[in-house]
Design a protein around this ligand. Structure first.
Ligand code: AMP
Length: 449
């Protein structure tokens, strides 16, 4: 047996002192999350602008809720047995031992805020809108991210189906105004807890007899959330559910009237809709109306299985979280999918007006003066560009040329000391020295011409 070499005390000290190996630095965003770069922001800005304007036009006021809530706010409202709660939540314990989660959607947090701030005393309905990121640990694929963005509206405290119709009208209008013209609304009613109970039993009875033909997930759903079997995408489940009982055939009188009135409103609004008996939206808090906005081809076929948005009524949620009985309805749109669809369709986008003036400077003293002059011009509503980082006047003028501005202001060392500025008309090339104090009036006069 070979003799083992003895390690000296000195070597041991050296090993102990050695720094642990550094973890590899991965220069990429986490899976399912991405950077939205400036080139794509034009679509995003348009989506935000149009959606927030629609919300304001319909009398909705903005609410921001935290990105993080106590986990049971979500699990209680969205419901155990749903994919979101069982598989997709980003949950963790804080240093203080609180169990929290990143929001997978907004409605639960908004219902919590409604109760916490006693909004039930406000005139009804309380109309709120939101926009921001949500997180779901789902398998990333086209149109499905782990970090995605939603815009949505909630109306709390009103049970009239006219509000359901208004929600659909708003969502549809936003999508349409973004240039996505081929949109269809799929609607269904899943009833209230009392009529759903007997419908649920019917479904269980039906699927129980066909259990062997269901996918593994649906076999589990049969125990936890049988309604979810209706929107399973697996071929064999699609076949099995084709002759399953439909919820609209089993609504109680009140739910049936509510749904009938909603459809009448939609007809009046001339919004293209289709009854979709398999639409259940999977979350426990929904009652009565559920709907989704689908992008369709010219011939009316669904282009992708991914919805652009969806929503529904959730009459029991506020009470379930400990508040008063509060009928409510809401919808949310997926901004990622709207922006992607706009890009794909080559939708017309709003472009920021181009700058009409360029401010060039030369020398340290002039640069100091330019900062102030830039602010003065901006404040008086003149769109002005600069490239303060560039040294030579030639390179600055090149930028001005590329931007196609009408006027370039040049501030050199001499002008800075004399408190003047050179005004160069870019079309004619003519230059004139004017008093720096009069620059705003002079530019306004020239731009008006
Ligand atoms: P939901 O309430 O889950 O139907 O979500 C409402 C809308 O948010 C959907 O119609 C999508 O447009 C969008 N959305 C939901 N989940 C994702 C995701 N993982 N990635 C991108 N968009 C999503």
């Amino acid at each position: 047996m070979p003799r083992q070499k003895k390690i000296s005390k000195k070597s041991i000290r050296k090993i102990k002192a050695a720094k642990p190996e550094k973890e590899e630095l991965l220069l990429q965003s986490p899976r399912g999350m991405r950077d939205i770069l400036p080139a794509d922001q034009i679509y995003w800005q348009q989506v935000r602008r149009v959606s927030e304007k629609a919300a304001a036009d319909f009398g909705y006021r903005r609410i921001d809720v935290p990105l993080v809530e106590f986990t049971n706010i979500f699990s209680r409202s969205i419901g155990e047995g749903t994919d979101i709660i069982d598989k997709e939540m980003y949950s963790f314990s804080t240093k203080g031992g609180e169990k929290v989660s990143l929001r997978p959607e907004f409605t639960a947090g908004i219902a919590r805020a409604y109760i916490q701030h006693g909004m039930h005393v406000s005139p009804k309905p309380v109309k709120l809108y939101y926009t921001g990121p949500c997180y779901r640990y789902d398998r990333p694929q086209e149109g499905r991210f782990r970090e995605f963005f939603q815009f949505g509206c909630e109306a709390l405290g009103e049970q009239d189906p006219v509000i359901d119709a208004q929600m659909i009208q708003m969502g549809w209008r936003v999508i349409y105004q973004l240039g996505i013209k081929n949109v269809r609304v799929n609607v269904n009613s899943i009833g209230c807890p009392s009529c759903r109970k007997s419908y649920r039993n019917l479904l269980i009875h039906y699927f129980e007899s066909k259990k062997q033909k269901l996918c593994i997930d649906c076999k589990r759903r049969l125990e936890t959330n049988p309604l979810r079997i209706l929107d399973c995408k697996e071929d064999k489940c699609v076949q099995v559910r084709a002759s399953a009982p439909q919820s609209i055939d089993h609504l109680c009188e009140e739910c049936r009237t509510h749904f009938k009135e909603l459809l009448e409103y939609l007809e009046e609004l001339e919004i293209p809709f289709e009854l979709d008996s398999n639409l259940v939206r999977g979350l426990d808090y929904y009652t009565k109306t559920v709907f989704e906005f689908m992008s369709v081809s010219e011939s009316g076929e669904e282009k992708r299985k991914n919805a652009l948005g969806g929503g529904g009524r959730y009459d029991g949620l506020v009470k379930m979280l400990g508040g008063e009985n509060t009928p409510a309805v809401g919808f949310s749109l997926g901004l990622d999918r709207l922006a992607a669809e706009m890009k794909k369709l080559g939708a017309r986008i709003y472009k920021e007006p181009k700058p009409r003036v360029f401010l060039a400077q030369l020398g340290v003293f002039a640069k100091k003066k330019s900062l102030k002059m830039f602010e003065g011009l901006e404040r008086s509503g003149i769109r002005v560009a600069e490239s303060f980082g560039r040294g030579s006047l030639k390179s600055q003028l090149k930028v001005a040329d590329r931007l196609g501005v009408e006027i370039t202001l040049i501030l050199g060392q001499k002008e800075a000391i004399d408190q003047t500025v050179i005004v160069k008309d870019m079309a004619s090339g003519n230059q004139e020295i004017i008093d720096a104090g009069k620059v705003i009036d002079e530019i306004k006069r020239r731009l008006k011409k």
